[in-house]
Design a protein around this ligand. Structure first.
Ligand SMILES: [Zn+2]
Length: 352
């Protein structure tokens, strides 16, 4: 099969490679890849910062956001040829730890999990792959290739689930949500905020173009950096999707009670801090605030995400996919363009 591969840790090793047919031990279901989404993690793997090849080879097939169509599924698997599907990224550690044993592999306690396309298992940027049915999720056929957005939505579905679980610590009446970052994750966070009926603000650097349009189309309010309105600064819930937390921690000057802040973006360590830790402490303690991080997703979050996508305006979702690049021009898909929101790589199996 043709697949996009890297030698992990080796910058410049990304290539379209001829790889062996997916082995039967990968699972009883054979999936024909339709569309693969590209995200920051793929860029990090290509840059050699991240990733691990499955033994014994040295190449890793990348791609962890993928919509496929079932080519072969034995009876009793719950899937049939023709189904639109998305494969889950993480696999529980073989031990397993108490979290993985309960299906909460997104919260793995010992870090010995594997991830398709990232850590120790081949990914989905391959013409075909095999998978066990327990790691496959059905997508609403009405979504067509928009189902490629499912994996990024799972990250946000988990963030929202955890915000709501933390919110149940006490009586609370949240009304306003601030999302920082209008990339794909931020816009999908805003979608799920609007679906919950919250007054939704999205903050980003840009002042014009597709990102502000997408926020307004949702019914949210777009604010650009340096123009954090009182309403946005007073949000009950903040979903941080950029990794730049400075502005957010400064916004802690606003005394918002019971605020829950979820960090989903990842920043580089060593950033110079201008935050007054004493002031941050006072605001956190005296207002019962919570700051927490969230990453990855388990099967439950894939199901929540599938429902959220299915209920969304499909035209709006289509607006998130700013470039579709055929596999033959794969290198172009992995180079970032200024107005990109989500770039996807299309395989020959694509039908819509
Ligand atoms: Zn575990």
């Amino acid at each position: 099969v043709r697949a996009v591969t890297v030698i992990p840790g080796k910058q410049g090793s990304v290539a379209l490679s001829q790889m062996p047919e997916p082995p039967s031990e990968d699972g009883r279901i054979l999936v024909q890849t339709q569309v693969v989404g590209i995200c920051g993690t793929d860029q990090e793997i290509i840059n050699g910062d991240y990733g691990e090849a499955p033994p014994p080879g040295d190449r890793l097939i990348i791609g962890h956001e993928a919509l496929g169509r079932v080519a072969e599924a034995p009876p009793g698997t719950g899937f049939a040829a023709g189904d639109l599907v998305v494969g889950i990224v993480r696999r529980p550690d073989p031990v397993p730890c108490p979290a993985c044993a309960a299906g909460d592999w997104d919260m793995c306690l010992n870090g010995r999990y594997t991830e398709r396309g990232i850590a120790g298992r081949h990914g989905y940027a391959s013409e075909r792959y095999r998978i066990h049915p327990e790691y496959l999720v059905a997508v609403d056929p009405g979504l067509g290739t928009l189902g490629v957005l499912l994996e990024p939505v799972t990250v946000i579905a988990k963030a929202w689930e955890h915000v709501e679980k933390i919110g149940r610590r006490s009586t609370w009446a949240p009304r306003t949500v601030l999302v920082t970052g209008a990339g794909p994750i931020g816009l999908l966070a805003a979608l799920m905020s609007v679906q919950r009926g919250y007054d939704t603000y999205v903050l980003d650097l840009v002042t014009e173009g597709r990102k502000p349009e997408m926020v307004r189309w949702l019914g949210g309010t777009y604010v650009h950096t340096g123009d954090l309105s009182e309403a946005a600064a007073a949000a009950d819930i903040v979903i941080e999707c950029t990794g730049h937390v400075q502005m957010l921690l400064e916004a802690a000057r606003h005394h918002v009670r019971h605020r829950i802040v979820c960090l989903t973006g990842v920043s580089a360590a060593g950033a110079e801090s201008m935050v007054d830790p004493g002031l941050l402490n006072r605001n956190m303690v005296l207002n019962n605030n919570v700051l927490f991080g969230s990453v990855n997703a388990n099967r439950r979050h894939y199901e929540l995400a599938a429902a959220a996508l299915s209920q969304a305006d499909h035209d709006w979702l289509a607006g998130l996919i700013t470039r579709r690049v055929p596999l033959s021009q794969w290198a172009d898909a992995y180079s970032r363009k200024p107005d990109d929101i989500k770039t996807v790589l299309t395989f020959s199996g694509e039908t819509a």
